[in-house]
Unconditional design. Structure first.
Length: 458
């Protein structure tokens, strides 16, 4: 084809200069998605260079994902969302349309859900279930699951629990809503939270009638201090979300001791307790003070959020109130899924799945760190000793532009700013929160390439 294409190759080497010029033309929007490029012969003649040089430049950009090449269709600019201002109701950096790559934190690799083992457990559980298991039953949840969880949490997370103090709920948000209602019934008006966290949790507490006040944060984790006058606090002590640091042992002990002396209540979100890589597991805070701490866990990270299964391990003084409110409020989880999870745990399938997932996520974490060192040395990964996400520290003042560049790459990713409490006194940091657990295995390499292309270069 003899279509005109204005390019000004520059830099060391003709091939690299042409490749860089074409890439910038696509990145800057001058070449729109779907645009058919000149044939290698035509562009070579226009630029006065060898045809092989153009063909090699095209090949490089096809490999990077900027161009596509199909026999009979020629070489075209790859389809991607054209950058435009996000609507005011959308989070920064996100626009309508499904992204090609997903690094949003908070979700595991759903493609690795153990379908065959889960189905086997479901069949065994249903076959063994008594008929009355299909009735309304205990508001706290099926005794089979509460018993299985009491043993697993004691063994794997150091939680001090018995089945009578466990309440099954429909995920973390359901459990937090339930606790928020109980706290309001008790006359609480204010709940302390961490400076960095999830706005969906803060909003749930606000809808329960509670005001949230953020606590200071430093290199040792959240600084509980005097809880700013609050009589309850929500924390992620084993692996602070999203910053990734564990609460320092001295602060753990001091927080529980203060709660014991003042009657304050600690809500412990142990959202990714199973995934530890480079250090000994950090046990649940609840083990230090079972009458001061509500332990909150779910199957959302270890299995899948769509199961809608979570659990509260309650101080003895809260069991009656929470159970009564749950009975009257219609909060419930499916009996068959509860029975299946109980069988999945007691059969050992849960432990096997977690060990396999831990190895897979550690390999992804390692490849992420290696790619940053090789391709984006200005960016440093932190909070990576555990969990399913990393915080990528960026050069000052670059977070917003990097989020926009990620959108160019069809990459869904969160800037750290969206996880900072609006009333936090902590100085803002420029960073991305990258959920490396989310992409399926077959998409991991392409997702990592898209991320590196969006990051600042030396």
């Amino acid at each position: 084809m003899g279509v005109d294409l204005h390019l000004e190759p520059a830099g060391p080497g003709v091939r690299r200069g042409l490749t860089d010029a074409l890439r910038e033309a696509v990145r800057g929007g001058r070449l729109a998605p779907g645009t058919r490029l000149p044939s290698s012969r035509s562009l070579a003649a226009d630029l006065g260079i060898a045809r092989n040089t153009v063909a090699e430049a095209y090949g490089d950009l096809v490999a990077e994902g900027w161009l596509t090449a199909r026999q009979g269709s020629g070489t075209r600019v790859a389809e991607r969302t054209v950058p435009r201002a996000a609507p005011e109701s959308a989070p920064a950096g996100q626009r309508p349309g499904r992204p090609a790559h997903d690094l949003v934190p908070g979700t595991p690799d759903l493609a690795s859900f153990p379908r065959a083992e889960w189905l086997k457990a479901a069949r065994r559980a249903l076959a063994a279930a008594p008929s009355d298991a299909l009735g309304y039953g205990d508001a706290r949840g099926r005794t089979e699951l509460r018993t299985a969880l009491a043993g697993y949490l004691s063994r794997a997370r150091g939680v001090r629990a018995d089945p009578d103090r466990i309440v099954i709920c429909s995920g973390f948000s359901d459990g937090l809503t339930l606790l928020g209602a109980v706290l309001r019934q008790r006359g609480l008006r204010t709940l302390a939270v961490e400076s960095y966290g999830l706005d969906v949790h803060w909003n749930l507490l606000h809808r329960s009638g509670l005001r949230t006040v953020p606590l200071p944060f430093d290199g040792l984790g959240t600084r509980p201090g005097d809880l700013r006058g609050a009589r309850a606090v929500l924390m992620t002590p084993a692996h602070q979300f999203p910053m990734g640091v564990p609460l320092h042992p001295d602060r753990r002990a001091a927080l529980v001791d203060r709660a014991r002396r003042t009657g304050a209540l600690i809500l412990e979100d142990d959202y990714d307790g199973e995934f530890r890589y480079d250090r000994q597991p950090v046990g649940a805070l609840q083990g230090l003070g079972p009458e001061q701490v509500v332990y909150m866990g779910t199957a959302s990270k270890s299995l899948a959020p769509g199961l809608r299964l979570g659990w509260l391990v309650l101080p003895r003084a809260l069991v009656t109130e929470v159970t009564a409110l749950k009975s009257g409020g219609g909060w419930s989880s499916g009996v068959l899924d509860q029975l299946t999870l109980a069988e999945f745990i007691t059969s050992g399938a849960y432990d096997r799945h977690v060990r396999a997932a831990r190895l897979r996520y550690r390999r992804r974490r390692d490849s992420l760190v290696a790619a940053l060192a090789a391709r984006a040395p200005l960016v440093h990964a932190t909070g990576i000793a555990a969990g399913l996400h990393a915080v990528l520290r960026l050069p000052p003042g670059t977070e917003a532009s990097v989020v926009r560049a990620a959108a160019w790459q069809g990459l869904a990713v969160h800037g750290l700013a969206r996880h900072r409490h609006p009333d936090a006194g902590t100085d803002p940091l420029d960073a991305l929160v990258v959920g490396y657990g989310t992409p399926p295995d077959h998409a991991w390499t392409g997702t990592l390439d898209a991320l590196c292309r969006a990051l600042p270069q030396p």
